[in-house]
Design a protein around this ligand. Sequence first.
Ligand SMILES: [Ca+2]
Ligand SMILES: [Ca+2]
Length: 211
Amino acid sequence: MLRNGVAVPPCSSGDGSTTPDPCIAKREALPDGDFRFSVRTSAASTWGLAFTGASLSGEVTFQGRGNSGDARWAVSLSVTYLQTNSSTVVATATVTTSNTGQFAVGAMTPGPYDVVVKYPQGLSRKALALSFTAGSATQHSFGVQRTGDVDNNDLVDIVDFSRLRAAFGGATTCANTSPMPNPCADLDANGLVDIVDFSLLRSNFGQSGPT
Ligand SMILES: [Ca+2]
Ligand SMILES: [Ca+2]
């Protein structure tokens, strides 16, 4: 609850006095889903409501892109909130990870959600029933993003191999372009499609996300 843009504190005494002035005497959740606020004040003002959302402070690590701190760890990451134990999407966001794999997603309605994170060449990771609370950031490490998904369908298979083979030996900037073109076979983002990329793909061949 805001007065003239400033948050109103709760009343400090239960005796009905307006202390501090103004103050919130009561907050109620009504059966029909509405909320009722009872505010005591000595002056007419402009009143408003503000929503304090929940947020996510996440972390991922990468395969084949060097160690934490490497510029190649800064990638575009999709974040999907699902109803728990469901494939129903509640919200999506696209964020850019830092070069240490950190990312943040802003205001979200509080609640438990399953959260899936994926970057274009990686197999997605899913966190089950993460709890989000108003006004606080939920911390979670999603773990390693296994690479090899050249065509971004969350599966490393013969199609990815064929795409990589078609680009083999060539120079490309795809892995450092945002948004990343599809397909992109430069899995270690060094500007060249070569045996290193093939080895990375092979290491996850047959695997799929989310895990
Ligand atoms: Ca694929
Ligand atoms: Ca490469």
